[in-house]
Design a protein around this ligand. Structure first.
Ligand code: SF4
Length: 249
């Protein structure tokens, strides 16, 4: 799954750019999901006092509301990006917002002051209101969200790669850098996606509730050694056989 972010301050044109990109990617046959990060503390999907709001309050966990033309699920907490992605099956995920995650990013801005603050190696294009009067910022091309959406979509397809495991900001460091540096390295052509070592399939696979879990190589190796140390003493074990373990709570 390929994931990128359209980030920037409020009222810089992020939603217009996100929506146009979603439409253009869909036109090209891709399955696209969007995630909108909302910073309003009072935001709620439900109207206070409605029946489904009462369900959500009572459950304290997950509520599914089914209407005639829509069904949606509410979690009574903020999910991490990884948790959200684990529920999706798309070719592309467009994330509007989430400035600090390790994703390739398009920055929307109104002026150079904002760009000075927000642009780093994880940025591969500029758009939003800044494009009204500019077509370049340093070595980055600036795209108009309506007239140049095809060109910007071409760039997305050329630049965005399968999402990194996205651990915490400090990351695992197994590749000798952090995830944001890896994103920058891949965009600049210094690295390739396979340089990320954490989701490389080593000799152990762990699923929780049916979903594959990314674990740093050190932990994978430790678990493998511990499990093998126990299992090799069991009757029926033969060197080289695969071992499957299921734990139910
Ligand atoms: S190995 Fe992968 S997950 Fe770990 S720091 Fe490097 S890029 Fe990030």
């Amino acid at each position: 799954m390929k994931v990128f972010s359209v980030a920037g301050y409020h009222h810089t044109g992020k939603t217009t750019v996100s929506v146009e990109l979603i439409k253009e990617l869909r036109k090209r046959g891709f399955k696209v999901t969007s995630i909108k990060d909302i910073h309003n503390e009072d935001f709620t999907m439900e109207k206070k006092g409605s029946n489904s709001w009462k369900h959500a309050q009572a459950s304290g966990d997950t509520v599914i509301a089914r209407g005639i033309s829509e069904t949606y699920q509410i979690w009574n907490r903020q999910l991490s990006l990884n948790e959200m992605l684990s529920h999706l099956k798309s070719d592309y995920v467009v994330v509007e917002g989430m400035r600090s995650v390790a994703l390739p990013r398009i920055i929307c801005a109104t002026d150079e002051e904002q760009l000075e603050e927000l642009v780093d190696g994880t940025v591969f294009a500029i758009s939003g209101k800044y494009s009204d009067e500019h077509d370049k910022y340093k070595n980055l091309k600036v795209f108009k969200s309506k007239d140049q959406i095809k060109e910007l979509t071409d760039l997305v397809i050329g630049k965005v790669f399968p999402v990194l495991p996205l651990p915490k900001f400090e990351c695992c460091g197994e590749c000798g850098m952090n995830c944001r540096e890896m994103v920058s390295g891949i965009l600049a052509g210094r690295n390739i996606r396979e340089d990320c070592k954490t989701d490389r399939n080593l000799d152990i696979k762990i699923k929780i509730a049916g979903k594959d879990i990314n674990i740093v190589p050190y932990v994978q190796n430790t678990l493998k050694d511990i499990i093998k140390a126990y299992v090799k003493n069991l009757k029926g074990y033969r060197k080289g056989d695969s071992i499957d373990i299921k734990i139910r709570e």
